[in-house]
Structures are given as C-alpha cells and as structure tokens.
Design a protein. Structure first.
Length: 103
C-alpha cells in the first residue's frame, strides 16, 4: 500500500481586518429617520417602496431618506459616495440605514 501526504490550503486569503464592535441597536424605529442605500443593481426601486409602506404602517412617525439622495454605492462614484456617507447621513439626521445590493 502506497501512502501519500498532501498539503491542504485554505481557499480564502489571510484575514487582515480585526473584529469591530457592533453599533448599538435602536430601541424602536418610532420617530426615527431611515436611509435607503442601494448599488442600483437589483430591484431596490421595487423593494424600498414596499419597505417604506410596511415600516410606515408599523411606525407612523418614521421618516425616510431615499436612495436617490446618496447615489449608487457601486460604480464610478462609489469611492466618493462611501467616503462622504458619514457626513451625508448626519446632514439628513439619519438614525438607521437599510443597505441593499444586487447579486
């Protein structure tokens, strides 16, 4: 019987990012402002109105900032849009974000 030993390699690269603490969760969505972010690739224009309708029914004082305010989070302007995101969110008084991407 002929035994061979083979090296096994992990198919993913070595992790270079540390683990960060999660942001604190909101107690409620009542009276909060929620932003929609989208990469313009898959059905956000259909899904966001549904989310807004259902969330508004559950939390009548909720406000929304549409994805059009931010631009596409994918593509030629992606680096600028993501870099400006903290300020843009603050300028609109955003408490929470729903980020959607196509696949």
């Amino acid at each position: 019987m002929n035994e061979h030993t083979y090296a096994a390699l992990w198919p993913r690269g070595k992790s270079t990012a540390g683990i960060a603490a999660l942001a604190p969760r909101l107690d409620t969505l009542e009276g909060k402002t929620v932003a929609f972010l989208w990469d313009y690739l898959f059905r956000g224009d259909e899904i966001f109105p549904m989310l807004e309708r259902e969330l508004s029914a559950a939390y009548p004082n909720m406000k929304f900032v549409g994805h059009e305010t931010f631009g596409s989070t994918h593509g030629a302007e992606e680096t600028r849009i993501v870099a400006e995101l903290p300020n843009t969110l603050a300028d609109h008084g955003v408490d929470a974000v729903v980020s959607a991407m196509g696949c």
